[in-house]
Design a protein. Structure first.
Length: 137
């Protein structure tokens, strides 16, 4: 069972590292996603990329895993509030299933994805204290 949790922890962390690298490689793409009320523009994207890479490294290396997962959950919550919720009601977004829906289906999928990742980060944070798994009684 120990191997399964190790593999799961690594598989959970790797996409965050790849997405963090994408914040550097595809800066203009992410710049288009930022709402107008988020300050910093390109600097915000770079800082977010660094945070995602740091969380990935921390989770894989099992150093400060509880803190990094809590901060990752907070970052995902900010993504939901500032990117996905406004995109839900953006009339210019193209929907996947039907042109008659009231909101963007793609934005809903992204919102649900980030909500589930936030749940996974909170579960990992709850499982680890001081970089050691908490024993289940």
């Amino acid at each position: 069972m120990k191997y399964l949790t190790t593999i799961g922890r690594i598989l959970f962390a790797l996409p965050f590292g790849i997405l963090g690298l994408n914040h550097f490689l595809m800066n203009s793409y992410y710049l288009g996603m930022i709402s107008t009320f988020i300050p910093g523009g390109g600097y915000t994207i770079i800082i977010t990329g660094l945070a995602l890479i740091a969380a990935c490294i921390s989770i894989i290396a099992k150093k400060y895993i509880q803190l990094s997962c809590l901060l990752l959950a907070l970052l995902l919550f900010i993504f939901i509030l500032t990117i996905h919720v406004p995109a839900l009601f953006d009339p210019t977004e193209v929907t996947i299933l039907s042109m008659h829906t009231k909101f963007s289906t793609l934005a809903l999928i992204e919102l649900l994805k980030d909500a589930s990742l936030m749940g996974g980060a909170l579960m990992i944070a709850g499982m680890y204290k001081d970089d050691k798994p908490v024993s289940q009684a």
